[in-house]
Design a protein around this ligand. Sequence first.
Ligand SMILES: Cc1cc2nc3c(=O)[nH]c(=O)nc-3n(C[C@H](O)[C@H](O)[C@H](O)COP(=O)(O)OP(=O)(O)OC[C@H]3O[C@@H](n4cnc5c(N)ncnc54)[C@H](O)[C@@H]3O)c2cc1C
Length: 394
Amino acid sequence: MPEYKVPLREIKFVTDELLDFPAHYANLPKFADVATPDMVDAIITEGAKFCENVLAPINRTGDIEGCTRHEDGSVTTPTGFKEAYRQYVDNGWASLSSDVEYGGQGLPESLGTIVSEMVGTANWSWGMYPGLSHGAKNTLEAWGTEDQKQTYLTHLISGEWTGTMCLTEPACGSDLGILKTKAEPNADGSYAISGTKIFISAGEHDMSGNIIHVVLARLPGAPAGTKGISLFIVPKFLVSEDGTPGERNAVECGSLEHKMGIHGNSTCVMNFDGAKGWLIGPENKGLNCMFTFMNVARIGTALQGVASAEGSFQGALAYAKDRLAMRSLTGVKAPDKVADPIIVHPDVRKMLLTQKAFAEGGRALVYLTAMNADIVHNGETKKRVKQLMTCWAS
Ligand SMILES: Cc1cc2nc3c(=O)[nH]c(=O)nc-3n(C[C@H](O)[C@H](O)[C@H](O)COP(=O)(O)OP(=O)(O)OC[C@H]3O[C@@H](n4cnc5c(N)ncnc54)[C@H](O)[C@@H]3O)c2cc1C
């Protein structure tokens, strides 16, 4: 398996020459002073080192080893995952593009997207752990009360705790209007959440001190369909008075799902058995709030395509330089070998270039979309976003 090398030249081509990130950042008051060209360069260069040297080496081994669920419902991640996460947190990667008010570094979403591309290409399974936290953070930033932000968001931003999104159930995925998980009010203002969620990425693991589940459920008497869904925060450990993880909540991993190529990510069936939860956002508007999460997830899913395209291109290129078959049409290219490497053949080159074009075109599109997120985070209106994007696109 070839080593992953971050395509720094190609990334810089998109950011500096195609989309002019320096001008984009300079135009947005929130980022003009922090996302300076030197700072952006330093982050990309250091991020590349972390991804090449720490994450890529545990990608294949992580997929072969996979996650292990134990009798008590706890889950152990593959060798090296926990240690890599510690480094990620200690070096400040978790807080890169989060709100300064809650401990973040206030850098643009698009810069975080570049780092996520490198992380994801190096090791998609591993990248899903901080990836899910990112969506939970954005949801809390947009919909959480001040108290919820202080209690949960600060720890998600620091990376001490991770997050999940719990939508899918055994009987519903695309059509969340038919979900069955229940939320019954408790006397203390919290809710008792009961039901089963499936396919929950990063649902249970050993990498962080607490896991904050963002869960869709129905209140008693809620209207049928999507208009009767509310959103709740359900922590794995209830948070004590002093802000540290305390009593274990009634939520547990029932089993692990198996997904091709990402066995290093603990994708779980999660059972909520009267677990204590707190409402985020208005009653019965849970799906709207959840779409804050889904909007991030959309950029993340698009990045998965870019990461897979880049990773497979790098693998195919290394193979084409090594594999020998026949001789070049324009004369022998490797006289010391029994045949030429297949990269000399026009049809093989065409396939490689097609792969490269998909990776680079996809990268440009995702970065352009992430620029939109920067503009929204800068507090611009939808109309202004449209104007700015039209201006850049031309
Ligand atoms: C890698 C991975 C990670 C995931 N992580 C999470 C997670 O963290 N949290 C979470 O809650 N869920 C997660 N999921 C689940 C994911 O959200 C669901 O798989 C998705 O919503 C689709 O639901 P489903 O699998 O039940 O398919 P279904 O809803 O049963 O759909 C079956 C098929 O019918 C098609 N279909 C459905 N409705 C229509 C329609 N109206 N028109 C045309 N076609 C239609 C679908 O496209 C699909 O091909 C994850 C899934 C994957 C693969």
